[in-house]
Design a binder for this molecule. Structure first.
Ligand SMILES: [Zn+2]
Length: 269
C-alpha cells in the first residue's frame, strides 16, 4: 500500500474520531453521558446511522436537520475534517518507520493521536466557552507526564526521564501562572497556564518553550488581523481564547521537532 492510500485511510479514520470528539465536546458538562444515541439538539429526534456519517451527512443534508430543518452547527463538519487532517499530518511524521517497524509506527501514531485528540477537544471547548475545563486539562497533564517515561522521540520503552524533564511543564507554565496571579486573571487565564504544563510534558522543555512562543505569535497575528479587518465589532477588549493557539503551536512543534536552536536559526539570515 502506498503512502497516499494510507494517508486517505487515516484521514477518514480521523473524521470518525472527530465525530466522536464532537460528542465529547457537546456532552461534556451538559449532564448527558457519553452513552445513548445522538439526537437533534432542536427537535430531539434520535438520529439514524446515515445521519451520523462523518462529513458526508452534513454535506448531503446541507447542514440542516432532516425533520425540523434547523441549522446544524458547522462545528461538526469542522471538527471532523480538522481531526482527519491532523491525523494525516501525524501519520506523515512517522510514515518512514512503517515498512520496517510497523508496531513502533502504530504505537507512536496512537500515542500522538490520543494527545492531539485531547487538544482538539480542549481547543474547541475553549473557543466556544472561553474556558478550559479542569478535567480535560488535568487528564492531558497526567498523561503527558506519564508519557515521558515510555515515549522518547521515536523510541518506545520504559526509561527514567531527566530531572529537568520531570519539571519541564511546571517550568514553562510558572511565568504565566505568575502573570495570572498578579494581573488577577485579567492578562491571562489560569487554564492557559495549566495547558502549558501539559504541553511542556508532551514536548519537553526546549520544544515546549517554542510551542508557547509560536502560540503567542499565532495569537498576536490573528488578533491584529481581526483588528485591521474590523470584523464584527472586534476590539482589543474582545477576549480571544488562547488555548487553540497554544494547541496549534504544539502541533507545529511536534510535527517538525522544532527545539529552541532550530527555532532561532529561522531568524538568522
Ligand atoms: Zn431536528
Amino acid at each position: 500500500m502506498d503512502d497516499i492510500a494510507i494517508g486517505i485511510i487515516i484521514f477518514f479514520f480521523g473524521t470518525i474520531i472527530g465525530s466522536f470528539l464532537n460528542v465529547v465536546i457537546y456532552r461534556f458538562q451538559s449532564g448527558r453521558g457519553l452513552g445513548g444515541r445522538s439526537i437533534c439538539m432542536s427537535c430531539s429526534r434520535t438520529l439514524s446511522w446515515f445521519e451520523l456519517v462523518p462529513l458526508a451527512s452534513f454535506i448531503v443534508q446541507d447542514g440542516r436537520c432532516r425533520t425540523c430543518k434547523t441549522r446544524i452547527s458547522p462545528q461538526y463538519l469542522i471538527v471532523e475534517a480538522l481531526t482527519g487532517f491532523i491525523f494525516m499530518l501525524l501519520t506523515l511524521k512517522y510514515i518512514a518507520l512503517l515498512p520496517a517497524h510497523t508496531s513502533l509506527f502504530v504505537a507512536l501514531l496512537v500515542y500522538a493521536m490520543y494527545f492531539f485528540s485531547l487538544l482538539v477537544v480542549i481547543s474547541v471547548y475553549d473557543f466556544r466557552h472561553k474556558i478550559i475545563p479542569d478535567k480535560l486539562v488535568y487528564t492531558f497533564i497526567v498523561c503527558a507526564f506519564l508519557g515521558q517515561f515510555f515515549v522518547h522521540g521515536t523510541s518506545v520503552g520504559f526509561a527514567m526521564p531527566s530531572a529537568l524533564a520531570l519539571f519541564s511543564g511546571l517550568i514553562i507554565a510558572l511565568p504565566f501562572a505568575l502573570i495570572w496571579y498578579f494581573s488577577q486573571g485579567r492578562a491571562m487565564g489560569l487554564g492557559d497556564a495549566k495547558l502549558m504544563i501539559g504541553i511542556g510534558y508532551l514536548l519537553g522543555l526546549s520544544q515546549g518553550v517554542v510551542a508557547v512562543m509560536l502560540g503567542f505569535i499565532f495569537g498576536a497575528v490573528t488578533a491584529l488581523s481581526l483588528l485591521l479587518l474590523r470584523r464584527s465589532r472586534f476590539t482589543m477588549k474582545s477576549e480571544i481564547p488562547f488555548g487553540p493557539f497554544l494547541a496549534v503551536g504544539a502541533l507545529v512543534v511536534f510535527l517538525y521537532t522544532i527545539d529552541i536552536p532550530t527555532f532561532l536559526s529561522f531568524f538568522q539570515s
